[in-house]
Each structure stands twice: as structure tokens, then as C-alpha cells.
Design a protein around this ligand. Sequence first.
Ligand code: PMP
Length: 407
Amino acid sequence: MSILDINKIRKDFPILDEKVNGRDLVYFDNAATTQKPSIVLDALANYYGHYNANIHRGIHFLAEKATSAFEDSRTTIQKFLNAAHKEEIIFTYGTTDGINLVAQTYGRKFLKEGDEIIISTLEHHSNIVPWQMLCAEKGCVLRVIPIDDKGDLILEEYEKMLSEKTKFVSVVHVSNALGTINDVKFIIDKAHAVGAKVLIDGAQASSHITIDVQALDADFYAFSAHKLFGPTGMGVLYGKSDVLNAMPPYRGGGEMIKEVTFEKTTYNELPYKFEAGTPNIADVVAVKFAIDYINDLGKENIAAYEDELLKYATEQLSDISGLSIVGQAKEKVSVVSFVLDGVHPQDVGVILDQQGIAVRTGHHCTQPLMNRLGLPGTSRASFAVYNTKQEIDKLIAGIHKVKKMVL
Ligand code: PMP
């Protein structure tokens, strides 16, 4: 039994009162994006309603208030990741943006023809394509850590791949498609032993796992606010300050400069060097409230409860004949992907939707992983702290209905 009061938590998320197709909404698409608690919605309205102003350069009251709320968020995130310095927190538009930043700045400056970049079979497209683009430009070689049939990385193969040619490793912390939790500490240590830098895609990990970038010794860690009860269009790239300092800026414009003349521009210090233009002020301000919300509930409590949901769902789904769970890694977060014999995942999604149940179907932006598994796609239920076992019962009943209707 969880020590969290789930009914009380559900009241914090107004969207959970919505009806979909005449039924109570059952939202099991949390790996795509999580719902937002009132405290985050209020923070957005409060910012726009009471202290909307552009930040940093203003000397008037509103500008100072907005700047201070904006920078408070940075401090909150620094603590959330246990980063050593506040300036190591770069605001981005999301995980994708953070990975592109690193590929386009660190990658273009430090990687050259013949250098090897290692990713894994579990990667989301956003941690594949930026590296392919870099490889096409620089003549680097992309190598891919294989997985076993359960969805765990084969780390012995990773160790064999590492050599003095390895210059960068970019690996997902938690798979969005299968829920696999990777041993990123091991991956980082082995990469560092050959002198490579490491980026961890924390898009899925940030809401489920306590992250300590110093203990991990990650060079870069990227995540998106919208996966942890925060707004869309806002993300974070953590980078070690010495590495970030050595990198050229990403985008040019206001805020990222120290001095501009037509002959020459000098760049601002961290973190502003990487934050050109007016940032996403409202969403940055609001993410602090999302993280405070998580901290108040306690990440361990959230993880323990989600684990209960995962176990329950796994047991219940396993009892359905013709249903196979895809991805049975040793360590998983609360994501269950499954396929139903003779039924296309899209049909599963459509029929569940008619019953008010939101799941995701398809390749989950992991086409190479689906190819490896020999599947066109899966149906995926992903749970958050506001979900309940009663909702999982509705999913199970819904799948029986799918079978009746299609088979
Ligand atoms: N990596 C993983 C593992 C993800 O799940 C996602 C989002 N589905 C991303 C990267 C990309 O995140 P965003 O779209 O917020 O940039």
C-alpha cells in the first residue's frame, strides 16, 4: 500500500475529471506527456496575469520579479539534478533540442572523420537523427549497442565496441517504448575510461528516477519538462561547466552575447551563452512548481507506487490469452508495451479510446527498435502517480472488448 493519498493527488489534476466518449478519462499516455497539476496551471496564469515581463535586461519591478522567478527555476533544477553549479543548467525547448545542441556544438567542434559515436538500439529518434546528421557532415561512424530479446542492453557488446576511436556515447536512461532502465553509471564509467564524453537522454527517467548528475559523472543530461508534470516547449540540458565552456554557442542572437560590433562579437558566460533570444519565460517559471510538486510527494514514494501499478498491470495483462508483453527488462519503469495476436495496435488504440482510455500505439519514435523486435509497433500503457488499479481494471476489460470486436 502506498503512503501517498492517490485520491487527493487526482484532485490536483483537473483534466482527470474530463469525460471522453461519455466515459471517465483513463489517461495511460504518460510517457508521451504527463498531465499538469493546478499548481503548474496557476503558476502560468499568475505569471502572465501578474508579472509578465522580459527578463534580465529590465530594471523595472516586473522585469526584476520575472527574472528572479526565472532564475529560481534554474536553482530548483540544479538541486533536482544535484548539479555542482547553477550555470550548468541550460534552458532548452526539450530533450530533442538539448541533444541537437550538443551534437551541433560539441560534436561539430570536437569530432572528426573516423571518430566513433555510440548510441543504443533503445534510442528515441531524437537521440539517433542528430548523431546521423553529425556523422553525415563530419564523417564520423555511428555504432549501436544491441539489445537482448527482453529489451536489456547487451553491455558486453558495448564494452567490446569501446576503443580509442570512441569519442562520444549518447544513451537513453529509460526507454520510452519498453520502460527498460539502463545502467547508465556503468555506461558512463566505461566511456570515460577510453576518454569519450557521454550524454544521457533523461526524457523518461526524470519523472521516475532520482537523478544525481555528479554521482553518475554524466557530461550531459537532457530532459523535457512536459514529462514531469511541467509545460511543453521547455527542457533542460545539464552539462559539466568545463565541457560547456569549451563549446561554441549554438544559436546567435540577443542575450547570448557580451559585446557586439559589426567586426566581432564576444559571447556571454554560461548559461546565457546557450540561451539566445527571449526564452520560454512562463514555462521555465512554471517548471519549478512541477518539481516542487514532485519533491513534496517524494520521488521514492512516487516510484514505489508506480512500481505497484506496473506489477499489477503486468500480472493482469499476462493473464490475457494472445497478449504478449514486449520488453521484460530486469529493471523497468511503469511502462507496459504489448501486442495482441491478430490485432493491429492501431485498432487496439481506437477501441480503447471509445472507452475513454488513452494509450499510445505505433512505433513510439523508435522505429529501429521496432525493426529489431520484428514488430510494426505496439500498444503502450504508461502510468503516472495519479493512475489507479481500478483504471488498470478498465484497461483489462477494454482489451477483452477489443478481442471480442476484432477477433
Ligand atoms: N527521448 C525519449 C526517451 C523520449 O521519450 C522523448 C519523448 N517522447 C524524447 C527523447 C524527446 O522529447 P521531446 O519531444 O520532449 O524533445
